[in-house]
Design a binder for this molecule. Structure first.
Ligand code: GDP
Length: 422
């Protein structure tokens, strides 16, 4: 089996709407709890007719995993058929935001859990807004606890309408509504006979239909150089393909220096060798002539160049506890590159309660804004588009602390309207 890229799925929802229960249930029902101890607890509580407290299960998984992990999110891998996913669970609002914008998550799809009995609540709205700002478009709404509505079609339809209205106000159109009971397992990994009126996909089917890295394979090639090393008298250029595909024989432009070379060979780790590789895969290639790219260089087809600008508009997710002011300098991490940048202007600040944009001279702690970054030299980049990760920059301060996420919108000359994430 090839070393395929896992599709990250972020799971969010108002507290107590059943997020932990859902994750526990999903992992268990799809045979993804390899931890024998956990599975044992479940089996024995089942045998004794006890209700399984799924959220305890998740807590125990979280504790185990957090010890070995430095980022403050829990990543729970799970497999569905031949496809690999990773559930990104970020309990708090801050963690969620931090993970999403710093690439710890990079999710393309989200499951928004809504208690069907309570309907959308404050955090439902907040999370939905974050999904929109971050640019996650593929949203599956899991209407949970439908058992509390006795699986009544009309009552489910009513709550579905109200959630659709709320999301519509935020400019979001969910891909799907799945009526479910996470506690009882209805419509999670197996179709419920309590909701014969529901013929749409159950949750696992909905997840299987989420676009993966292969949806990026149709875009022009982008291979950011991670490393260059010599081995057996050959020079290998290594990196992860962000977009597109690469084939032996392809001509590639090497970063800002602009020289062109041909792909002589492609190696993949722990995977059968073939003469091409796709978005999401990590490769090491040899080039002819044997040019030497730098870490951070971008390789791309001569016919499909990225943008190049020294002044770039970015949408900023500001994480620092102190406000951001014009003139501050940071390192901008973009894929494998790092650039020194200065905040040239704060163009508008987005108010979280109604998403309106206002002029402001500073970005408040944990605020959202559109800003212009100025670099000493032109930066090659692709604007952020949902489903891609390489247009998402991260701002790092002098102490290597991540202070903000900055999806790049375009060169500063281009109007913001043109590029805003709608
Ligand atoms: P979280 O805060 O979103 O992680 O919510 P939990 O998973 O901890 O669930 C909150 C409460 O809702 C717990 O008491 C669960 O047992 C209960 N719950 C979760 N899913 C369902 C469901 O499908 N039906 C019912 N009736 N209760 C549920």
């Amino acid at each position: 089996v090839a070393l395929e890229a896992a599709t990250p799925i972020v799971i969010v929802g108002h507290v107590d709407h059943g997020k932990s229960t859902l994750i526990g249930r999903l992992l268990y029902d799809t045979d993804n709890l390899e931890d024998g101890k956990v599975a044992q607890i479940i089996e024995s509580s089942k045998k004794r007719g006890l209700a399984i407290e799924w959220s305890f299960l998740l807590d125990s998984l979280q504790i185990e995993r957090d010890q070995g992990v430095t980022v403050d999110s829990t990543r729970l891998p799970f497999r569905l058929g031949d496809r690999q996913f990773v559930i990104v669970d970020a309990p708090g609002h801050r963690q969620f935001l931090r993970n999403m914008i710093t690439g710890a998550a990079d999710a393309d799809a989200a499951v928004l859990v809504v208690d069907a009995n309570e309907g959308a609540q404050e955090q439902t709205r907040r999370h939905a807004m974050l999904l929109r700002l971050i640019g996650i478009r593929h949203i599956i709404v899991l209407l949970n606890k439908v058992d509390l509505l006795d699986f009544d079609e009309q009552r489910v339809a009513a709550v579905r309408r109200s959630v659709t209205d709320l999301l519509g106000q935020l400019g979001l159109e969910p891909a799907l509504f799945v009526p479910a009971s996470a506690r009882d397992g209805d419509n999670i990994a197996s179709r419920s006979d309590r909701s014969p009126w529901y013929t749409g996909p159950i949750l696992t089917e909905a997840l299987a239909a989420v676009p993966g890295a292969d949806s990026r394979a149709g875009l022009p090639l982008r291979l950011p150089v991670q490393d260059v090393y010599r081995f057996d008298d050959k020079r290998y250029v290594a990196g992860r393909i962000e977009r597109g595909e690469i084939r032996v024989g392809d001509s590639l432009t090497i970063g800002a220096q602009g020289s062109v070379a041909r792909v002589a060979s492609i190696e993949r780790w722990q995977a059968p060798q073939r003469d091409f590789a796709l978005a999401g895969e990590s490769v090491a290639i040899t080039l002819e002539p044997d040019v030497i790219p730098d870490r951070g260089d971008l390789l791309f087809p001569p016919s499909a160049k990225p943008l190049k600008a020294a002044r770039i508009r970015a949408r900023l997710f500001w994480l620092r506890q102190e406000p951001l002011r014009v003139g501050e300098s940071f390192r901008l991490r973009l894929a494998t590159a790092e650039h020194q940048v200065t905040v040239a202007s704060i163009d508008s600040v987005v108010r979280l309660d109604d998403l309106t944009e206002q002029a402001a001279s500073e970005v408040p702690p944990e605020g959202f804004a559109e800003i212009t970054l100025a670099a000493a030299e032109a930066i090659q980049f692709d604007p952020f588009t949902p489903g891609t990760a390489d247009g998402r920059g991260v701002l790092v301060d002098r102490n290597q602390r991540i202070v903000g996420g900055a999806p790049l919108l375009g060169p500063a000359e281009v109007s913001a309207e043109h590029n805003a994430i709608h």
